[in-house]
Design a protein around this ligand. Structure first.
Ligand code: GLN
Length: 301
């Protein structure tokens, strides 16, 4: 039954004419063929159902912010909220506007400014390699796979062109909201964003957040609920309301075209298609998520 639904979603996506445009500001991502698609659904009974290029690794980009948040909540707990808020921003992921108005306290941990603060909290004076090993170790543990790596070329590509993130980091520093050297924090952040995963691995990694049986217990239930709440309200930046309206599930997107979606107690879903809509979220991925939610009735509303 679900196999049929997934197959028909993949078939419908394959026929679409418009695929959106890949992230142009990261040269390594700009050249990826936008006409690719993969979907994996991990169910409560342990079954994994996939269609498309589900074993092809892609750049998870901002989806890594979920894993960094899980790690940071485990490490510093509620202290994190003194440095970042938990309100939707209504602005693009790399926006600067509210940061000035709100004295260097980012609106939430999923916009870039908030994610840079989260990574800074994880770094806490350690060499970046150690913080990255912690994030990568967590991702591997959550997905039950050791075959997950950082693509250094993607990290270097963003490091060369990431002027806006540099501006955000130095602005945070000017408000005393960055503990480490901005370049060290940014280097860690760019590398965490350059983690590559397949949709199968990503769907596996989401099991802990969906509360599925057999998932590794990496954070408390309280934090699981909070991460899901933030994914629902902030996971798609200024497209978060639209995603909640169309899909009705907590989700986190990345400019690599991936989306991690949580159907609490029911399924963990990963979708990938690298062409983006005007919010910087996967165009086909959002369409597929909407179709899946409609066909399965998995919306939490
Ligand atoms: N690495 C990207 C950036 O910082 C992540 C953005 C995203 O995926 N939305 O701009």
């Amino acid at each position: 039954m679900l196999e049929k639904i997934i197959e028909s979603i993949a078939a419908e996506i394959r026929q679409q004419d418009d695929w959106g445009e890949t992230a142009q500001y990261i040269p390594e991502l700009a050249t990826v063929d936008p006409k690719q698609f993969a979907i994996s659904v991990c169910l409560a009974d342990g079954r994994m159902i996939s269609a498309g290029s589900a074993t092809k690794p892609f750049s998870i980009q901002s989806i890594s912010k979920v894993f960094a948040l899980v790690a940071a909540l485990g490490r510093v707990g509620n202290q994190l909220w003194s440095r970042t808020g938990r309100e939707p921003s209504g602005t693009s992921f790399d926006s600067m506007v509210l940061l000035e108005r709100e004295n260097g306290r980012p609106r939430n941990p999923f916009i870039n400014a908030g994610a840079i603060v989260t990574t800074d909290a994880l770094l806490c004076g350690r060499p970046p390699k150690q913080a990255l090993a912690e994030i990568l170790g967590l991702v591997r543990q959550m997905s039950g796979s050791n075959g997950i790596f950082i693509n250094d070329a993607v990290a270097a590509s963003e490091q060369r062109t990431g002027s806006r993130n540099k501006a955000l980091a130095y602005y945070l520093q000017s408000h005393g909201n960055l503990v480490n050297d901005p370049d060290l924090t940014l280097g860690t952040y760019f590398h965490q964003c350059a983690i590559e995963m397949t949709t199968e691995q990503l769907a596996m990694a989401g099991r802990s957040l969906a509360g599925l049986e057999g998932a590794p217990r990496v954070i408390s239930l309280k934090h699981v609920r909070r991460v899901n709440a933030l994914m629902m309200t902030c996971g798609h930046y200024n497209g978060s309301g639209d995603f909640a309206f169309r899909v009705g599930l907590p989700g986190k997107s990345g400019v690599g075209g991936g989306i991690l979606i949580i159907a609490p107690k029911v399924a963990s879903i990963a979708i990938w298609s690298p062409g983006l809509n005007h919010y910087g979220n996967s165009y086909a991925g959002t369409r597929a998520a909407e179709m899946l939610s409609k066909a399965t009735n998995w919306s939490v509303f």
